[in-house]
Design a protein around this ligand. Sequence first.
Ligand code: DC
Length: 223
Amino acid sequence: MIVPVITIDGPTASGKGTVAHRVAKHLGFHYLDSGALYRLTALSAIRQNIALDNEDALAAIARVLPCLFVKGHVFLNGEDVTDAVRAEEIGVAASKIAVLPTVRQALVDLQVGFRASPGLVADGRDMGTVIFPDATQKVYLTASVDARANRRYKQLIEKGFSANMEDLVKDLTERDARDISRTSAPLKPAPGAYVLDTSQLTVNESVYVVLDLYAKALKLSSN
Ligand code: DC
């Protein structure tokens, strides 16, 4: 039997992480935060003083990334780096290394390996386009730059990081441009993806829409 996958792709701070996590919890599915893999690779590189354009060295790190995900915590080489990987500069570094095709290729098997029974919710940029093109339901979650900057601001402040709205809008805009314009697996809705703009939606409403789409997709596939 084919293990079902729900892909939730979209730009930075579109709320896909929260929505994907809640959908996975509701269905009892596994959860893949693919952005964390790019962030872990970037964090590991920065700690080893490896330049963010040294494609071969970065791919070598990604290929054997010693990562572990346990109950919402992220470990690198046994160290809990949950907060460290969420830092804004690591997100920016992740976006820079994510343009490199060899780095992306090096992370493919690791991502595909998350597909396990009873199902997977995969969150990222290319989950529906590249990693799980046969997903049961594909969703592209988006929101206006202002709505996303606002959400990111609240997240950072809650976690005790400092944040500045103007810088956040600039970072988000630059990161969107990099994610969308790269030649390798650019950010775009997968063929057949349902595009959901969450600017005016609560997390609960977004979760409900995704669950409803999935239920309908399952029904269609069993007919
Ligand atoms: O979702 P995130 O902010 O944690 O992702 C960090 C960066 O990683 C993002 O700017 C682009 C990259 N990324 C990617 O290229 N492909 C993915 N599937 C996930 C993330």
